[in-house]
Design a protein around this ligand. Structure first.
Ligand code: RBF
Length: 361
């Protein structure tokens, strides 16, 4: 994979480490990465569990990572008692993907963490490689899938459903905006990079959702090449809009900002992914197809701390299970999208939730 510049808006080249000590007790258990030999080797820290959250990128601008850290911290806080001090350390791995494996190897080698938590579809392969070298190290990975490794639990979302709902609202809004001369309506998708879940699930799901509105709808798909370049995001979006695109789904981390700005300036609209994005630019953001990664991270952290996380398993959760959704209950959505469109979108969501519409992953 491509390597990218380390600096973005003054982000230092060092690994940023934030630690949250959830319970301030005596000197033992206070230090992160304690050198106490009895706590080495992961998995058997007994009374004082220690969890590392490895962010493969940076949190700022990537809601899916912000939710990850939030959920783990919340689960740990809830399970901390005066007898059991749970430590959560959040490590930002940066945008140089070539370094992620060595950074995770260093975390495992430290023997300081009962659990390493992370999120994105490239993590299972990295964790599998590290797990072979550190047989006691356990991993909780969200937004990725791997079965059969007894050290790794994964949870993935039904992103075809998420992308389908995004495509459906994008095409409805584009159709209403009208473009009589073109053969079919045209919607856009800006991605940070290409990866199997993007090319095989998200992009096709988006196209299918849009084509339910207009079978001739086409998708203009553009790739930023990284997860931070807002200038490039703006450039791609402006070019798409010049080509007749009226609505753009943006899945590009920090580059989303540029897409939103370009759309705003040209009077085009944006569909947000992963979290509720209406507030990012009210009136410009017309849809939010979300995953409840904060809830998933919270629940799986609790399961780990209760000793019930099923390592070796891969779970897949969608709309019906309450982990994928489209946000309708937001005044900015109601103000910026017409009632007939909202009604059509409501019906679609209901069909997915009830199982009337089933989308194969
Ligand atoms: N999504 C982000 O929002 N920010 C990122 O920095 C980011 N980095 C990624 C790196 C890799 C190697 C891969 C495969 C995916 C990345 N994603 C990122 C996408 C993320 O996993 C997910 O597909 C999207 O957030 C849509 O749910």
């Amino acid at each position: 994979m491509k390597q990218h510049a380390w600096k973005y808006r003054g982000m230092p080249r060092i690994m940023l480490v934030f630690s949250l000590l959830l319970w301030v007790g005596g000197s033992k258990g206070f230090g992160l990465g304690s050198n106490d030999a009895s706590t080495k080797g992961s998995g058997d820290r007994g009374l004082h569990p220690s969890i590392a959250v490895f962010i493969p990128g940076v949190m700022s601008g990537s809601p899916i990572y912000e939710m990850l850290a939030e959920g783990v911290k919340q689960g740990a806080a809830e399970k901390s008692t005066s007898q059991r001090k749970i430590t959560v350390t959040v490590i930002e791995g940066g945008f140089n993907q070539a370094e992620w494996e060595s950074r995770i190897t260093a975390l495992a080698a430290s023997g300081s963490y009962d659990l390493i938590v992370s999120s994105n579809p490239s993590l299972p392969a990295i964790a599998a490689s590290v797990s072979a070298k550190f047989p006691k190290q356990r991993f909780l990975l969200l937004d990725g899938a791997l079965t059969g490794n007894p050290q790794i639990y994964t949870l993935r979302y039904k992103q075809r459903e998420q992308a389908y709902m995004a495509g459906h609202i994008a095409a409805l809004v584009a159709k209403e905006a009208g473009h009589e001369s073109s053969p079919g309506i045209r919607v856009g998708l800006v991605a940070g990079q290409e990866y199997p879940a993007m090319n095989e699930v998200i992009l096709p799901g988006y196209r299918e959702g849009a084509q339910q509105v207009d079978p001739k709808c086409t998708v203009d798909f553009r790739v930023v090449g990284n997860w931070f370049d807002a200038g490039k995001g703006a450039e791609l979006a402006a070019d798409m809009i010049r080509g007749g695109v009226k609505v753009i789904l943006t899945i590009a981390g920090g580059a989303n900002e540029g897409v939103v700005q370009a759309a705003f300036e040209a009077g085009a609209k944006v569909v947000w992914f992963d979290t509720n994005g209406y507030g990012v630019r009210p009136g410009t953001v017309v849809g939010s197809a979300v995953v409840y990664q904060d809830k998933a991270a919270y629940e799986q952290t609790i399961r780990f701390l209760d000793g019930t996380l099923p390592f070796g398993k891969a779970e897949l959760l969608g709309v019906a299970e309450g982990y994928v959704d489209f946000i309708e209950a937001d005044s900015d959505y109601q103000a910026s999208v017409s009632a007939p469109i909202r009604e059509k979108q409501r019906i679609l969501i209901e069909q997915i939730r009830s199982g009337v519409l089933q989308l194969e992953e």
